[in-house]
Design a protein around this ligand. Structure first.
Ligand code: ACO
Length: 327
């Protein structure tokens, strides 16, 4: 048995925040942000919108487009590092209830910006093993609610968005075929990208500052890791699949920063035009950035049947990985 993506959809909150608008309350400039990251604007969830809220439109779109009823979903996997609630219950349970997916198991996957790649591989394995026919893979992130808006080193980098994919057996068609993904972790970099307080290592206490509770990052360390992770992932996937860079139609990397992608492409000797990038309009949406990119590629008519894509995720953990999809 093989598994495929039957449909994929993305959704971003309506409100946008441009770099220019950011300069009104953060000590930064459009020039600095764009030249260092390739970001011009991002979507921001409304005050009353949570990770599950912004994911539901993408989930419903995927079910509608495949004529799948919510009761036919066997498993819901939600990749998020900005869940509705801290640690429990899972955001997947909230989405399961909202969809009325009454025959589904539900759990969250914590792999930060690699979350969609990880969740797709878990879904593929459930389907290949024959223990699920319809797995709804969701990525949803509301980083606007976990960034420290007083820290210009981080708050300018992130945005909100969601994506969903339905993974099912490839017995009717091989469109969207998922190949065995490559997954890795380097926990030695655990605190390079972290929310320090609020977990069991440093429970929130009277000394916890707002900054301790929000995301903090060693930007240089993450940058160096990210370039290495993109390279290693692509080379590993190519080797496993016995393919070369020329065989790949599009590389779909996590949309963290245009300079990370350009540096990795240069090191690989791969044409940067084949790396799809849309961080200019969405910023870094963590686990959601790959489905947001693929959703946009679909809408723009860039994806033709049989095209070969390699996804590349990297992020907090540190986690990384990727896989081949035959569109
Ligand atoms: N506006 C203006 N100046 C800024 C801003 C800003 N928004 N942010 C930082 N600066 C300043 C700093 O204060 C510092 O000033 P100083 O030198 O006077 O102290 C200076 O810019 C830092 O400059 P550089 O070291 O040249 O910055 P760098 O080129 O390293 O770029 C960046 C910083 C963009 C954060 C880079 O390190 C990076 O992209 N890192 C990876 C970050 C990332 O992608 N993280 C997420 C990946 S994983 C995930 O998605 C969760």
């Amino acid at each position: 048995m093989e598994a495929r993506i039957r449909a994929l959809a993305a959704h971003a909150p309506e409100k946008t925040l441009s770099n220019e608008e950011l300069t009104k309350f953060v000590d930064t400039t459009d020039e600095w942000i764009f030249s260092h990251t390739g970001i011009r604007s991002r979507h921001i969830a409304a005050a009353d919108e949570s990770a599950s809220d912004i994911a539901l439109p993408a989930c419903r779109k995927v079910l509608e487009s495949t004529g799948t009823s919510a009761e036919e979903i066997d498993l819901i996997l939600v990749a998020t590092s900005t869940p509705d609630y801290i640690s429990m219950p899972s955001t997947a349970c909230i989405i399961q209830h909202q969809l009325g997916a009454n025959a589904a198991g539900a759990m969250d996957i914590t792999a930060a910006c690699s979350g969609f790649v990880y969740a797709l591989e878990i879904a593929r394995n459930f389907v290949v093993a024959g223990s699920a026919r319809n797995v709804l893979v969701v990525a949803t992130e509301v980083y606007s609610k976990i960034v420290n808006w007083k820290d210009r080193n981080t708050c300018v980098l992130f945005g909100d968005g969601a994506g969903a994919a339905l993974v099912s057996p490839a017995d009717d068609s091989r469109r969207g075929l998922l190949h065995h993904a490559f997954l890795r972790s380097d926990g030695s970099g655990a605190e390079s990208l972290v929310r320090l307080h609020g977990g069991t290592r440093r429970p929130t206490n009277a000394d916890s500052t707002e900054a301790d509770l929000m995301l903090s990052m060693d930007g240089r360390k993450v940058y160096n890791f990210a370039v290495r992770a993109v390279n290693e992932t692509i080379l590993e996937v190519l080797e496993r699949e016995k393919l070369t860079i020329d065989d790949i139609d599009y590389f779909v990397p996590h949309q963290a920063n245009v300079r990370i992608i350009e540096a990795a492409a240069k090191r690989l000797g791969a044409p940067v035009e084949r790396f799809y990038m849309n961080m200019e309009r969405y910023a870094n949406t963590s686990a959601s950035s790959i489905p947001l990119a693929i959703g946009e590629m679909q809408d723009r008519g860039l994806l033709k049947p049989g095209m070969k894509l390699i996804t590349i995720g990297f992020g907090a953990g540190l986690t990384y990985g990727g896989g081949l999809i035959e569109w």
